[in-house]
Design a binder for this molecule. Structure first.
Ligand SMILES: Nc1ncnc2c1ncn2[C@@H]1O[C@H](COP(=O)(O)OP(=O)(O)OP(=O)(O)O)[C@@H](O)[C@H]1O
Length: 276
């Protein structure tokens, strides 16, 4: 699945002109995402994450440079304000509506919508009015809409920001499954714990690319003991697992890997305990 490019930008610049000045939001970015990658986009507020995702979804024109991406319905996006994306009256209608626009037969629409609602644990609410949903439930509903489609590229802008920890983990696990099936996922987040679910982290800083690499190198850097890692350089807070591992490394323990996820951490601890 890795032989096709899902998104490519060369010298991509996005600028907004106001009466007084031109403000640059993305500055001459070069970025290539292959089909099947799971990429997290990280950056402080206002660093340009949403703008980058909007360009990927074909919703924001660029000012300079060159961009190549899928067009709708091969790209599906979930943005931060779920209300702005709602059209249907009931939960199931909302999901089916998007599929109808993609020319899917009625029976298939309902089957897919129910399956997607099941994945986000909202099937029991399928006949409820969209208006009565909480913010987090609306976010889950938008995610269900994207899951139900055949989209090759899923663009998700802080999709778990309103979700409780169980729903958050559920959505991350669903995203991992879609990734394993070969879909491309680009996910903007402020939550460092989420990065281990993907395989690549892109950091934006005032519209510039500050880092592009694995989650492991992002958290630990090239040398885990001396230099500041890209995570520290960016002023982000490391996840608990990474902080714990760094304590172990500083105390002189030699570890089999530098874990960023709980299963990886478990492996490291098991390797340290030969008599388990
Ligand atoms: N339509 C617009 N007109 C003018 N400025 C804009 C427009 N859209 C975004 N910006 C500016 O671009 C900058 C980047 O915004 P963007 O929403 O892409 O950042 P972000 O990293 O997603 O932020 P957050 O984490 O707060 O969601 C901000 O300073 C914002 O004010």
């Amino acid at each position: 699945m890795r032989n096709k490019t899902a998104f490519e930008a060369d010298g991509m610049t996005v600028a907004f002109q106001s009466a007084a000045e031109v403000s640059y939001v993305l500055r001459e970015l070069n970025l290539r995402i292959e089909q099947g990658e799971f990429v997290f986009v990280v950056g402080r507020n206002g660093s340009g994450k949403s703008t980058l995702l909007k360009v990927m979804a074909g919703l924001c024109p660029i000012s300079r440079g060159r961009v190549q991406t899928y067009s709708w319905p091969e790209v599906q996006a979930v943005f931060q304000n779920p209300d702005a994306q709602m059209i249907g009256e009931s939960v199931i209608e909302e999901v089916c509506f998007g599929l109808e626009n993609q020319g899917m037969a009625a029976e298939e629409r309902v089957r897919r919508a129910e399956e997607a609602l099941e994945k986000v644990r909202m099937k029991h609410l399928m006949h409820q009015s969209v208006e009565k949903l909480s913010g987090g439930q609306k976010q889950l509903l938008c995610i269900a809409g994207a899951l139900a489609s055949d989209a090759q590229l899923l663009v998700l802008d802080e999709p778990t920001s309103m979700l409780d920890p169980i729903s958050r983990e559920q959505i991350l696990t669903v995203a991992q499954t879609l990734h394993k099936e070969g879909r491309t996922i680009v996910w903007a987040t402020q939550l460092m714990e989420e990065l281990g679910y993907g395989e690549r982290v892109v950091v934006l800083d005032e519209g510039n690319m500050a880092y592009d690499g694995t989650p492991e190198r992002f958290f630990y850097g090239d040398d885990s003991v001396s230099e500041l890692s890209p995570c520290e350089q960016g002023g982000f807070r490391k996840p608990y697992i990474v902080e714990t591992v760094e304590h172990l490394l500083h105390s002189g323990l030699s570890l089999s890997e530098r874990p960023v996820t709980i299963p990886q951490f478990k492996r490291v601890i098991e390797d340290l305990c030969p008599f388990r």
